[in-house]
Design a protein around this ligand. Structure first.
Ligand code: PA5
Length: 434
């Protein structure tokens, strides 16, 4: 489970931190917020109980086990970031370089840079590749272009498209669904009431995760824990609300930049996933009443300990406009002692008798203490370890906190008119130029 350590927020100048009382402000509105959320008819939290979906994912994974060497994911934004996060967090960090792998390699092609399109071909064996085309709308220009290109290549090679392509898309709408229906290409649904950036716990990421051997049952089990907490009207039990309330209250104090700093290399792509979730959900021009509000919390990614040596100076001494969310992992699953070489050299005696876990934790505490000394607001989100269950909890925790943020700002956290506008204008420009 997750623990929130809020003590540092009370230790700094009141203009920048939050007192005990401030931490609980809005607490009596949880039930009301949940009611409002219900009216938005979103299903991202309910999908964790969808047994049929899970059964189909397992059946597909078991059916194709051993058939493919490479899985190429064609998708972008919410159709790719969750999967990349699961892969990075739960697989060996050098999985694709390992020999004797039990599962296929997963490559996410979530960009249209011609170099990426061309160079991916140097590492895959088309005869043994499954292309997963993931697009909720089935009309995103980048994903369609990739689909056209790789399908054409497969056809040129004489490959059976039905053996090499699977779509994950809207149950009814869009080009991919139409093609799937017409040609009998296998297609899995993205539930209509789950938006792209909220879709990681649906077929969108569960299918690729299953194909590469991730324990998807455990992910959903963990997610269920956070869902229960989300629906609990008791402030002390509702961790997602507590986080949202802190983000919202600190925004009121001018901390509109939210820095996420996991002290774990495995969570480097978790921050990419969260960046989209926070940015697209909360960055809105109009509130529920149609009033122009231009809300937004700007997410910033940082990685501990690496970015202590790139961003820390700014964070300590630059503008006090940021809220810092550290993620602390208690147990890395291994203890690696640092050998104390050169014992006669005093300049390195701080490395005497410590292991890498102690080092990374101490570095994190040192960084937190320096921020607190400079009156910067810090929250520590603590998890026991990085495994499928905990990651499921963490993902659902942040999604639910984002849903509460929407209610606190009185905006629709589930649409993305800005993204849609850029998609439309891109299509128009392409047509105008053709
Ligand atoms: O969160 C969202 O809705 C977007 O970021 C989408 O995930 C992204 O634009 C890709 O859309 P689609 O899945 O329709 O291809």
């Amino acid at each position: 489970m997750i623990k929130l350590d809020v003590k540092h927020l009370g230790k700094i100048d009141a203009r920048h931190g939050l007192s005990e009382k401030e931490l609980r402000v809005n607490a009596d509105q949880i039930a009301e917020f949940l009611e409002k959320f219900k009216k938005r008819e979103q299903g991202f939290h309910e999908v964790v109980d969808n047994k049929q979906m899970l059964k189909e994912v397992h059946a597909f994974g078991d059916e194709v086990k051993g058939k493919y060497e490479d899985i190429v994911l064609l998708g972008i934004g919410g159709s790719a970031l969750g999967t990349i996060c699961l892969q990075q967090s739960l697989k060996h960090l050098y999985e694709n370089e390992l020999e004797d792998r039990e599962y296929p390699q997963l490559h996410a092609v979530d960009n249209i840079d011609p170099s990426l399109i061309s160079e991916i071909q140097d590492v895959i064996n088309f005869e043994k590749t499954l292309f997963l085309v993931v697009s909720k709308s089935g009309g995103t220009p980048e994903t369609l272009a990739e689909y056209f290109y790789f399908r054409d290549l497969c056809e040129e090679k004489g490959l059976d498209i039905k053996e090499h392509f699977v779509f994950i898309t809207d149950p009814k709408k869009g080009l991919l669904r139409k093609v799937a229906n017409e040609e009998g290409i296998r297609a899995f649904d993205v539930p209509g009431n789950v938006g792209g950036r909220f879709s990681v716990l649906t077929n969108v990421s569960l299918i690729p995760a299953k194909l590469i051997g991730i324990d998807i049952d455990a992910i959903l089990e963990g997610a269920r824990e956070a869902k229960e907490s989300f629906l609990n009207t008791n402030f002390d039990q509702n961790l997602p609300f507590q986080l949202a309330n802190i983000q919202y209250s600190l925004d009121k104090k001018g901390k509109f930049l939210n820095v996420l700093i996991p002290y774990s290399h495995k969570l480097i792509r978790f921050s990419d996933w969260y960046r989209q979730l926070l940015a697209e959900s909360i960055g809105k021009a109009f509130n529920d009443l149609g009033k122009k509000v231009n809300t937004g919390l700007t997410p910033i990614n940082a990685l501990g300990a690496t970015d202590q040596h790139s961003q820390n100076q700014l964070y300590n001494e630059g503008p006090n406009d940021k809220f810092f969310m550290f993620i602390k992992i208690n147990d890395f699953g291994k203890t690696i002692q640092i050998p104390y070489l050169h014992p006669n050299e005093e300049s390195a005696n701080f490395l005497r008798n410590i292991d890498f876990r102690q080092l990374i934790h101490t570095e994190m505490h040192g960084t937190i203490h320096s921020l607190v000394r400079n009156d910067r607001p810090v929250l520590v989100i603590e998890i026991e370890r990085i495994d499928a269950k905990t990651l499921g909890t963490l993902i659902m925790f942040f999604k639910c906190a984002t849903a509460f943020l929407g209610e606190l700002y009185e905006i629709n956290a589930f649409n993305q008119p800005g993204v849609e506008l850029s998609k439309q204008l891109t299509k128009k420009l392409l047509l105008d130029n053709s």
